[in-house]
Design a protein around this ligand. Structure first.
Ligand SMILES: *Cc1c(COP(=O)(O)O)cnc(C)c1O
Length: 450
């Protein structure tokens, strides 16, 4: 029988106490140390006889954890922060305590059922047709790659005369699209967005047709639209891009890793019209849907095509392939997988979807208020009105070194974490607001240092 001895019993108390303290109190901002500093503080931790649970946990609590920035701190506004709900974090403890296998229905039916319900909520918000489906993968990078591999596989069987497969996307598309093209050893056609940074179908038509005329043996097989760019939160014109793709029998993929979370927010839902035409799309619940790392929802219009591309064949796996059973492993580049969608599912099931819409609207209200504060600030210039929840601006008169020094000091003073970015070759600052615990006063506190 599985029973704790007294050492494990003690450690269980300590671990739960630490976890609950972390969840119950305001997260510390903290910050990195050099490897040398860490070595001086903790030394070698892997030893023949082990440190014991108490000591290893102590090293983590006292040193290692403090050398990690809390991505859910309300003034962590760099990159895309995270803001897991309390329910989602608590349920992650349950997932961690249960040896769940999320790859197959046979082994994880209950977990897969729950994950699929959460995926269905997202698919329904996007008005995807019946029969659509997908899987939670590690992040947007793997989601985009898996979708593009499915797209290429779908067309490769039909066309033997193609010497180079090509994906088309906005020149402002996320770096993961370029990385997917590298991994797949395919070409990439970058199309310039309009003056507001939004890719338009008409420009895609011109660019793709010109490319095909000039490269007769090349074939653009997928067109990627971004629903909320990471830098500025700009949404491409999904409807017109979908039409461009359909007219040319090209796969239409939407990268909404950050932005598509706002499908559940009534105030901005119309901006995503056209998403219902996607052949595949992704959204990261670990970004703006209050789930812990790492979870990206990847959804296909026709999941059978994904299974054709991704199903792994091996003698020992044959028993898993039953027609009426949903094996999440079959829909992306992975086999073994953690049931990583469960913390998101639990929070969604427990809170209800209205709570999600409310939290989402709150972050966008705070972003609007932040834009107002920037506009009224004598030293700052707002770059554009925020579409979603990213606020980008310039500090008048500063060069990149000034921005970097300011950013370093903001962190070392433990006020906040905001890193410089750039736009049209000029350094800028941006706040990415995805945390419902971020308030206008947090924004004022940061702006007061500018
Ligand atoms: C963050 C992001 C990605 C990559 O997602 P990861 O989860 O970091 O792999 C892809 N596309 C967009 C638009 C993003 O914002």
């Amino acid at each position: 029988m599985h029973q704790f001895n007294s050492e494990v019993e003690e450690l269980a108390k300590e671990v739960l106490e630490y976890s609950l303290l972390r969840l119950r109190t305001d997260p510390p901002l903290d910050g990195p140390k050099t490897e040398e500093e860490l070595f001086n503080l903790v030394g070698n931790t892997i030893t023949e006889n082990g440190l014991g649970g108490h000591q290893a946990l102590k090293l983590f609590k006292d040193v290692l954890a403090k050398a990690c920035i809390s991505t859910d701190h309300p003034r962590y506004l760099a990159f895309i922060p995270s803001a897991p709900s309390e329910f989602a974090n608590l349920f992650d403890l349950v997932v961690g305590a249960s040896a769940l296998y999320g790859g197959s229905w046979l082994e994880g039916a209950g977990a897969v059922y729950a994950e699929n319900q959460a995926l269905k909520w997202i698919a329904d918000l996007a008005n995807m047709p019946k029969g659509c489906g997908g899987v939670f993968v590690q992040g947007g990078t793997i989601g985009n790659l898996s979708a593009l591999v499915t797209a290429r596989n779908t067309f490769r069987s039909k066309r033997k005369d193609v010497s180079r497969w090509v994906v088309a996307a906005s020149s402002d598309a996320h770096s993961s699209i370029k990385s997917a093209a590298e991994v797949m050893d395919i070409g990439i056609l970058l199309i310039k967005p309009d003056k507001d940074g939004s890719l338009q179908g008409a420009d895609c038509e011109i660019a793709i047709d010109k490319y095909h005329r000039e490269n007769p043996n090349h074939q653009v097989f997928a067109l990627v639209a971004t629903a909320g760019t990471t830098n500025l939160g700009i949404i491409d014109n999904l409807k017109s891009i979908a039409k461009c793709a359909k007219d040319r029998e090209i796969w239409f993929h939407v990268d909404g890793a950050y932005g598509l979370a706002a499908l559940c927010a009534p105030s901005v839902r119309p901006l995503f019209d056209g998403i219902e035409l996607a052949d595949s799309f992704i959204v990261d619940p670990h970004k703006w849907l209050f789930a812990p790392f790492d979870a990206c929802a990847l959804i296909y219009r026709n999941p059978k095509l994904a299974k054709k591309a991704h199903l792994q064949k091996a003698a020992y796996l044959e028993t898993l392939d039953e027609d009426n059973e949903w094996n999440p492993s079959d829909y992306a580049i992975h086999l073994t997988r953690r049931a990583r969608g469960l913390p998101f599912w639990f929070s969604l099931a427990a809170h209800g979807t209205l709570e999600y819409a409310k939290a989402m609207e709150k972050t966008m209200d705070v972003a609007k208020d932040a834009a107002r504060q920037v506009r009224e600030h004598p030293n700052l210039k707002l770059l554009i009105e925020p579409t979603l929840s990213i606020v980008a601006f310039e500090r008048i008169g500063w060069n990149i070194a000034d921005y970097e020094n300011w950013s370093d000091k903001l962190l070392s003073d433990q006020i906040g974490f905001v890193t410089p970015s750039s736009h049209n070759g000029r350094p800028i600052l941006r706040f990415a607001i995805v945390n419902p615990w971020t308030n206008p006063s947090d924004i004022s506190e940061i702006l007061a240092t500018l």
